[in-house]
Design a protein around this ligand. Structure first.
Ligand SMILES: [Fe+2]
Ligand SMILES: [Fe+2]
Length: 183
């Protein structure tokens, strides 16, 4: 990774492009720290959802995504390495809020189908946040010409989308139907 261009100095198109790139790289690094915090928080939060879930299909979906999430942490570390940086977290207020909301949904819902439906809703909000973050990170990495990072981010993005689709499937297949019937 090339060093950021200094603001002062030689003027002209080239240096303003460098300046733009170094600002984008700063933004990219900040976003990376944010998602690193989020992924680590999810490694702790998903097991709590698994514990509360009752549908076998939902438990399996969450367990398999927990394993992927552990890999997401590693991949973010690899992206930091691509940049020649030590991995650092920056507290992600959005993910902290989503996790807190999930906890309150789990506390308020009755056990069983309604609780499962609440867990799916919370988990899908998390996935959508991740999809937005990784989509942005990938685009930044493309702009910055960081090929290795693009590949890593793309891999995770694909898994986040698949996890979201899987949750939709679980919701449609049984849980929401049963929840409606329980009324
Ligand atoms: Fe993730
Ligand atoms: Fe995820």
């Amino acid at each position: 990774m090339k060093k950021s261009a200094s603001k002062a100095g030689n003027g002209g198109a080239k240096s303003s492009e460098d300046d733009h790139n170094s600002k984008l790289q700063k933004l990219f690094t900040d976003e990376l720290k944010d998602i690193y915090w989020a992924e680590k928080a999810l490694v702790k939060a998903i097991p709590k959802m698994i514990k509360k879930a009752t549908s076998e299909e939902l438990i399996q979906a969450l367990e398999s995504h927990l394993a992927e999430t552990e890999e997401h942490v590693n991949r973010v570390e690899e992206v930091f390495a691509e940049l020649g940086l030590e991995p650092r977290t920056k507290k992600c207020e959005a993910m902290e809020g989503l996790i807190a909301e999930a906890e309150s949904v789990m506390k308020d819902a009755e056990d069983g189908v309604m609780l499962d439906a609440g867990i799916i809703a919370s988990a899908q909000k998390v996935e959508h946040y991740e999809i937005a973050s990784y989509g942005t990170l990938r685009t930044f990495a493309q702009t910055l010409g960081l090929k290795g990072a693009v590949e890593l981010l793309e891999q995770t993005l694909t898994e986040e989308k698949a996890a979201d689709e899987k949750l939709t499937e679980v919701a449609e297949s049984s849980i929401n139907m049963q929840a409606a019937n329980e009324e």
